[in-house]
Design a protein around this ligand. Structure first.
Ligand SMILES: Cc1cc2nc3c(=O)[nH]c(=O)nc-3n(C[C@H](O)[C@H](O)[C@H](O)COP(=O)(O)OP(=O)(O)OC[C@H]3O[C@@H](n4cnc5c(N)ncnc54)[C@H](O)[C@@H]3O)c2cc1C
Length: 502
């Protein structure tokens, strides 16, 4: 085996991966492998911002309380406290790298104070810009773009001590390090409709599963209620700040249907609004509903929502005149690889941070704008603890994971997405989940039986999607009550408190 050696290996170049790389580079050599361009990530598309108790009337205890309420009793309180206490320092760190944030703090559903640090409506782009610039300038960090990580490699003691990747123009390469940080982001591609970019194929879940890491809470999948419904711009998110600015939801007859579902109307928590929209679409047999902000003139809309305003305009939709067609779509995965406060998994040598990790911060539902924060906080603490990792032994030889023909992988992926969208989405039933389980187990078995084909990233992604889908469905079937984001119409709903939207 031809092996390249570094101190630390990082898979993924979103906020979690690059935060870890920058801190770890203070005490060792770092290799970042990422399967597309450096900045292509969920991070790059984040709109709203980063939650931090930095306002005059705010304090971390209030941020803590809001996070715990959103998590519906399933958060780990110690981890939540750590998260909110670290938040102001992480914002300062981003500023020190050159991040530009607006002077006023934003407000989002579930937050009892104005505490969203943001850069207009494209905060993710701004933070990804500063961390990727810093990484490119850092001589201790080597970046491999278009490098698809196919599997993790262990030493003879069972420690994760390296990985294998297909690197564009260089072929298969093995890398060795004292620790591997998985920062592969979300799982949007499990579903037919998602706000996530194409790279969000749950690869970290598949990679970690194959080395025996514990994975939990994948049934807590967050769906954003207002994703643009348009063929030319699939998955484009229309931030809830539009509803915060007075946007109302209407059905095809123009009726403001949230009056029929929840007294908090459009500012009810995301899961409540998403379920109401799905119900309304089913009732009227339509593919979307409409978001109406046409009572506001063009100037404040342009100023407050520059990205959304210009994207919609390119499609011929004028926010100040037209209703915006929207539908719920998968947005965020609360569960993932179980990690401790130093981002360590249960497998020695394997760390995870960001959306792929299950830190205990989100419980059954994520509070808006806590995920960019979580990505930084635990990547930072991982970089501190990784110093004490011993150097692993020689990598054990193992066969390359299997790829199948593209046409088969496409068929399998589409079948999973259809099944997950229809049976394991916003609304679930026990029979539907059992049906999804049969479908996904069957497709995964088929993947194993089909003839091997030369390496194909799409095929490996499809395998990872299938593994993650199994965790979602198995987790959902194992839940005996509706809590947070999990809603099975056959179960009794517990009266979980939700934060009042003020
Ligand atoms: C439209 C949108 C808006 C959002 N708005 C907000 C917001 O306002 N506030 C907030 O807190 N959160 C928001 N989120 C969520 C937040 O952006 C993500 O949870 C967060 O950015 C995840 O960061 P990450 O570093 O874990 O992963 P990502 O940023 O997704 O990065 C994952 C990286 O891993 C790479 N990768 C994956 N698999 C492999 C592989 N096999 N080999 C090599 N590389 C691989 C990818 O290419 C990518 O570089 C939003 C998300 C979306 C999609």
């Amino acid at each position: 085996m031809n092996v390249t050696e570094f101190d630390y290996l990082v898979v993924g170049s979103g906020l979690a991966g690059l935060t870890f790389a920058l801190h770890a580079a203070e005490h060792g050599s770092v290799c970042v492998l990422t399967k597309a361009e450096l900045t292509e990530s969920n991070t790059n598309y984040a709109q709203g911002g980063i939650a931090a108790a930095v306002g005059e009337s705010d304090e971390w205890q209030l941020h803590e309380e809001d996070t715990l309420v959103a998590g519906a009793g399933l958060c780990d309180p110690e981890v939540v406290r750590f998260l909110v206490q670290q938040a102001p320092a992480e914002i300062e760190w981003l500023r020190s790298l050159g991040a530009r944030f607006d002077i006023h703090l934003g407000r989002e559903g579930g937050h009892s104070r104005n505490r969203i640090v943001h850069h207009g409506d494209n905060t993710g782009w701004e933070v990804e810009r500063v961390v990727s610039d810093a990484v490119r300038r850092n001589e201790a960090i080597s970046v491999y773009e278009n490098a698809f990580v196919t599997d993790l490699l262990k030493d003879a003691n069972g420690r994760v001590a390296g990985l294998r990747a297909h690197v564009a123009d260089r072929g298969v390469r093995c890398f060795k390090g004292r620790a591997v940080m998985l920062a592969t982001g979300g799982a949007g591609m499990l579903y037919a409709r998602t706000t996530n970019p194409r790279v969000a194929t749950a690869d970290g879940i598949g990679l970690a599963h194959d080395v025996g890491a514990e994975i939990k809470d994948m049934e807590f999948m967050q769906f954003h209620p207002t994703v643009l419904y348009h063929q030319q711009l699939r998955g484009f998110l229309v931030t809830e700040a539009v509803r915060g600015a007075g946007g109302t939801l209407r059905n095809h007859h123009g009726h403001r249907f949230m009056y029929d579902y929840d007294e908090r109307l459009e500012l009810a928590p995301r899961d409540v609004v998403a379920r109401s929209i799905e119900r309304e679409m089913a009732k009227l047999k339509t593919w979307c509903v409409y978001l109406d902000i046409a009572h506001l003139p063009a100037a404040p809309l342009m100023e407050e929502f520059p990205t959304i305003w210009s994207k919609l305009r390119e499609l011929g939709i004028e926010m100040e005149k037209d209703w915006i067609p929207v539908t719920p779509g998968q947005h965020y995965s609360c569960g993932g690889i179980v990690t401790d406060m130093q981002a360590r998994s249960n497998v020695p040598g394997l760390y995870a941070a960001g959306e792929v990790a299950r830190t205990g911060v989100h419980g059954a539902n994520r509070l808006a704008s806590n995920s960019l924060l979580e990505a930084m906080v635990f990547a930072t603490s991982a970089a501190r603890s990784v110093k004490s990792e011993p150097v692993g032994g020689a990598l054990t030889e193992s066969p390359e994971p299997k790829s199948i023909a593209e046409s088969e992988a496409v068929r399998i992926r589409h079948s999973i997405q259809k099944s997950m969208t229809e049976k394991a989405g916003v609304f679930r039933t026990t029979a539907g989940l059992q049906d999804a389980k049969r479908t996904i187990d069957g497709l995964l078995a088929e993947y194993g039986q089909l003839p091997s084909a030369p390496f194909l990233a799409y095929s490996r992604e499809t395998y990872n999607i299938a593994i993650a889908a199994q965790y979602v469905v198995d987790g959902a079937l194992a839940r005996t009550e509706n809590v947070g984001l999990h809603f099975n119409a056959d179960l009794v709903t517990s009266q979980t408190p939700v934060a009042p939207i003020k």
